[in-house]
Design a protein around this ligand. Structure first.
Ligand code: HEM
Ligand SMILES: N=C(Nc1cccc(CNC[C@@H]2CCCN2)c1)c1cccs1
Length: 360
């Protein structure tokens, strides 16, 4: 059933204040204060501790996330006072430097003004750091999943470089103004060159990936308010890079090349050449990040951490919700406990949600 703003706010304040061991009278006072704000203004605003807690619980409620053990250890940058695209871009660079931390990645979220009648902030990027993709007459260059957004950037004046790993500009739009483009400084985009611990030839593939995954296109919903620009980061699980981004046929499609460099017959599947290439690519990703001191987790360790999360949640008297198809890793899924049990995919708020693309 559809809840109105006051009902959503009441539900959030009640659960948030109870979990923070506040008194019933504090809850009642806060709710009547919010009711007054909504009466007067049609909306309300969160206190700093409410928004910090809401962002953490939204992570705890993210059914597709295997990394939730650390849900209460995230840094929140409260940037709700910022008004211009330039200020927002500077805050994004500050977030990236803080989160990167020379490789010892810190889970971090920056929260820009929520959607209201006055303003609506959108970051057009899917992730703050991502490689461009180009459809050219002799094939695709770069990341195929970025082709549409790259074309948009070029339309808005961005100069294409037609390389395999060109970092895209940040595109920020406020209300219906023309979106503004900003180039990221090199110092804010740590990258890892992929090499293999045994195969010398691996580095000749000239593969690399960026160190910090920073999702910037999801909306954070807390107590009925929608934060449409709230970029967040954690660290990578190795399979995201090694079993999807560099492996998928519609991404960098590296498995045939790796298998042939390994001298494996790729003509028939029965040699399991794809699987052998996949394992070595993932070994290379984990090895390179680890050797460069950039945080990363292998899918076995991540699954163990998720198990601990499940145990901690039940100790706290909370049910764990999850999306099984997303929680199992894309490599050797049945070697994790996740594969062998069901999860209820109920949607609980606060949470992070997809939102309509701001461009067509
Ligand atoms: C700290 C390390 C973290 C790790 C290793 C991790 C791992 C993952 C992985 C592997 C996925 C699946 C992504 C995919 O298959 O495309 C995922 C999904 C997700 N994670 Fe985490 N995560 C971490 C931190 C976070 C943080 C800090 C947040 C938010 C505050 C978060 C929120 C989410 C959400 C919302 C999804 C679903 C995204 C979608 O539906 O497309 N995660 N996570
Ligand atoms: N390790 C991460 N991976 C991650 C998390 C959320 C979303 C995504 C991107 N998911 C969408 C892509 C594109 C289609 C299927 N996967 C990656 C994190 C990103 C930000 C915080 S943790």
């Amino acid at each position: 059933m559809e809840m109105n703003l006051l009902q959503e706010a009441t539900e959030f304040i009640t659960s948030c204040y109870q979990e923070l061991h506040k008194t019933q009278s504090e809850i009642d006072d806060r709710i009547s204060d919010i009711a007054q704000q909504i009466q007067l203004d049609g909306t309300y605003s969160h206190l700093a501790f409410e928004i910090d807690y809401g962002a953490k619980v939204a992570w705890r409620n993210s059914n597709r996330c295997i990394g939730r053990l650390f849900w209460d250890q995230m840094h929140t940058f409260d940037q709700r006072h910022l008004e211009t695209e330039e200020e927002i871009f500077m805050a994004i660079v500050e977030h990236m430097k803080y989160a990167t931390n020379q490789g010892r990645i810190r889970p971090t979220i920056s929260i820009f003004p929520p959607k209201s009648h006055k303003h609506h902030v959108r970051i057009w990027n899917h992730q703050l750091i991502r490689y461009a993709g180009y459809q050219t007459e002799n094939g695709i260059i770069g990341d195929p999943s970025s082709i549409e957004f790259t074309e948009k950037c070029i339309e808005l004046g961005w100069e294409p470089q037609y390389g395999r790993f060109d970092i895209l500009p940040i595109v920020i739009q406020i209300n219906d103004n023309l979106p503004k483009l900003f180039e990221l400084p090199k110092s804010s985009t740590l990258e890892v060159e992929i090499r293999h611990p045994e195969f010398e030839w691996f580095q000749d593939l000239e593969l690399k990936w960026y160190g910090v995954p920073l999702i910037s296109d999801m909306a954070l919903e807390i107590g009925g308010l929608r934060y449409t620009a709230a970029p967040f980061n954690g660290w990578y699980m190795g399979t995201e890079i090694g079993a999807r981004n560099l492996a998928d046929e519609e991404r960098y499609n590296m498995l045939p090349k790796i298998a042939s460099c390994m001298g494996i017959d790729t003509k028939s599947s029965i040699s399991l050449w794809k699987d052998k290439a996949l394992v070595e690519l993932n070994i290379a990703v984990l090895h390179s990040f680890r050797e460069d001191g950039v945080s990363i987790v292998d899918h076995h360790t991540a699954a163990q951490q998720f198990k601990k999360f499940e145990e901690k949640e039940s100790e706290s008297g909370r049910n764990v919700t999850g999306n099984w198809a997303w929680l199992i890793p894309p490599m050797s899924p049945a070697t994790t406990h996740i594969f062998h049990k069901p999860y209820k995919n109920d949607i609980v708020k606060p949470n992070y949600f997809y939102q309509a693309k701001p461009y067509s």
